[in-house]
Design a protein around this ligand. Sequence first.
Ligand code: ACO
Length: 339
Amino acid sequence: MIQNNQKSVIIGFGHALPSYQIDNHYFEGFLDTTDSWIKSRTGISKRQFALPALGETNVTLSTQAAKNAIASAGINVSDIDFIIGGTLSSDETMPSMACRVQAALGLKDIFAFDLSAACSGFLFGLGVADRFLKSGTHKTGLVIGTEILSSFINLRDRSTAVLFGDGSGAAIIQSCEGEDIPSFWSEMASDGNYADLLWIPAGNSKIPPTDPTFSYANAKVVMRGNELFKVAVRCMKQSILKCLEKSGTTIDQIDLLVTHQANERIIDKLQEELGFPKEKVVKKLEFVGNTSAASIPIACSMAAEEKQLTSGSLVMSASFGGGLNYGACLFPVRFKGDS
Ligand code: ACO
């Protein structure tokens, strides 16, 4: 374990959403579903889909979210020492979204990479960033979660088509010293035995588009939603409890719970099982759907805009996603100029 006084703190959030809004009624036109089913079973009312023809891509949204986070943190672009991207829907297989964003921000000679952890991509990104900061080798990191899931939705499958949206969220994480700042703590875990609860079977090297078994349906998200629901609650709860125990924090010290915004019923069940106060739970999926790796930073950024998340907040965050990858992250927030 690293033994020094360095702590990590989030100093800025930003997000960017595409312009094309899709409400639940859109799906009623071609799927056996209703607005009321979607709202009551998921909590989602609308989501945004990116239109590449309008210049809305994974990289342009990521860059905008990054710029918003940099502005929110009140730092210079040149202060950034590294970029970590979390995405399963990058514009290109190579290079990474993070390298494209680095170039768009005019940065050179810093490292930039994407990590593959599906919906947990942003949270795992924070965990990795924290280790770099605590080691003392780097001071300021940009962590981005972005998805263009509209490209991976099977519009013939009502159990998945209605869930996902596009967007990007970003955070600036910085190392600092100070007795008064609570510890940053992150827990990351995986269980590959659950890989087929949520996956995209085709479209990569094993079943490329030229393979005879390739089809529209198997190149899109395939999910066993019911089983995933139970696993999600169990894994996030376990990660949060570990995070609390290892960081020596109690639930009453937490100001906000911001979990992966997949389904309102999952968030409610987790909140109930933890005995966490309802009024401290952040829910933004109603307006954006499930944006996978982008969901936590978008929710934090929206909460900051609405002054629900403020400087001084201690946030508990948790996620689950394809892999299965899951975890929790406890992070303090300090915005520039605020105490
Ligand atoms: N409209 C109407 N009916 C639907 C729809 C829909 N959009 N989708 C499914 N149904 C039907 C099913 O076909 C089923 O019908 P049947 O009983 O005739 O077979 C019925 O509703 C119940 O199906 P369930 O899957 O049990 O529905 P449930 O209430 O569990 O809700 C959901 C489905 C929302 C996907 C839920 O299982 C869930 O939240 N799972 C967790 C996984 C999740 O959130 N995934 C999001 C992505 S994962 C991630 O972000 C990491």
